[in-house]
Ligand binder design. Structure first.
Ligand SMILES: *Cc1c(COP(=O)(O)O)cnc(C)c1O
Length: 366
């Protein structure tokens, strides 16, 4: 079966901002467009490398070229982050074990629970920041096949020691996957830390404008790439060309968006830490997601309902600032505090963001 459509190989010695802007472009023929077109095709003329729409698309390839170069591997685009994540879980053989963070993205936890309930695999949920506990869980299960890492976790913002965990996992013959959605390849490159597979919800920072559902996997090993591509071909969780094109357009400015959002997040986290109405602030020191813990769920709902610039909405990683109380979702881990509000800090002017948030918090003062 045909592999990718070919794009001009990208020089690997470029820095991330340059890769983000220059990667995945059409070759420079006179009158060629600078940007890759949106190729709407379910079928291609026979005898080429692709043949059929489920097996490949030039717009996917351009997105994959850029993301792969940023992560230091080869990328595969999927219809959503969950399509990418469940494709990885599909590699786990029958009765295999998965060790995963207790505070991983709730969709990942639900997918694991679903597969476990149907006898496909078994999962052990751990505190991913506790390296000894994670290694212990892998050792305790002789059928352990996969270590699922998310770092920072969503929404608890715990950090995993990816390098140490990957080394320990490989000694035990366990494959390592890292959900890199929060950090993006600009702040963390799991493949270079020893991970085998990187998962992205490209819906978030990579696309970056809250208008696209897309996922991706990135790997360095050709054999693993082939296995995942085969799953994508068979299961068919393939992305739309237009969605992929929008995500590629989003990638062009990832470094600028993330830089501004992170600056804003540092500022907001610092000011929240000094605020008397805030019980606890969690900020891992990088990225643009901040969690603030308020007294209780009622208080948190009051605040999330009364901001005017910050939008009360789920999801994250867009140019616009959003916030939500995570426990309003049934599926969220019970160990997440009722009053935890996850803030996705956007790229607006930080003084306007703070004025709006502090106005909402002021309503709490006695
Ligand atoms: C949103 C998210 C996902 C799921 O991605 P979708 O694109 O919504 O399917 C997976 N992991 C993390 C960390 C996320 O935030």
């Amino acid at each position: 079966m045909a592999d990718e459509l070919s794009h001009p190989a990208h020089p690997t010695d470029l820095r991330p901002a340059t890769i983000a802007v220059t990667g995945g472009r059409p070759s420079r023929q006179p009158d060629a467009p600078l940007n890759v077109p949106i190729t709407m095709a379910s079928t291609y003329v026979a005898a080429g490398d692709v043949e059929y729409g489920r097996y490949g698309n030039p717009t996917w390839s351009a997105f994959e070229d850029v993301l792969g170069a940023l992560e230091g591997g080869r990328a595969l685009a999927f219809a959503s982050g969950m399509a990418a994540a469940t494709t990885v879980l599909d590699l786990v053989g029958r009765d295999g074990g998965v060790v995963a963070p207790q505070h991983a993205y709730s969709g990942t936890i639900m997918a694991l629970a679903d597969l476990e309930a149907r006898g496909r695999l078994h999962a052990e949920l751990v505190d991913i920041a506790d390296t000894d506990a994670v290694v212990g869980a892998m050792k305790a299960d002789e059928d352990c096949a996969l270590l699922w890492i998310e770092s920072p976790t969503n929404p608890a913002l715990e950090l995993a020691d990816i390098e140490t965990l990957a080394r320990a996992a490989h000694e035990l013959g366990v494959r390592v996957v890292v959900d890199n959605t929060f950090a993006t390849p600009l702040l963390q490159q799991p493949l270079s830390l020893g991970a085998d597979i990187v998962v992205h919800s490209a819906t978030k920072y990579l696309a970056g404008h809250s208008d696209v559902q897309l996922g991706a996997l990135v790997v360095s090993d050709e054999e693993v790439h082939g296995a995942l591509k085969a799953r994508r071909d068979l299961v068919g969780a393939v992305p739309g060309p237009f969605e992929t094109w929008l995500a590629l357009r989003g990638l062009r400015t990832l470094h600028l968006r993330l830089e501004r959002a992170q600056q804003n997040a540092v500022e907001i986290a610092g000011r929240l830490a000094d605020h008397p109405g805030v019980v606890e602030v969690r900020y891992p020191g990088f990225g643009a997601i901040v969690a603030m813990v308020l007294a209780d769920g009622f208080t948190a709902d009051l605040v999330t309902r009364s901001t005017r610039l910050w939008v009360q909405a789920t999801s994250l990683g867009g140019v616009e600032s959003t916030l939500e109380r995570r426990r309003r979702w049934q599926a969220e881990a019970q160990t997440i505090p009722e009053g935890l509000v996850r803030l996705s800090v956007g790229i607006e002017d930080v003084e306007d963001l703070w004025a709006d948030l502090s106005r909402a918090l002021a309503a709490l003062a006695p």
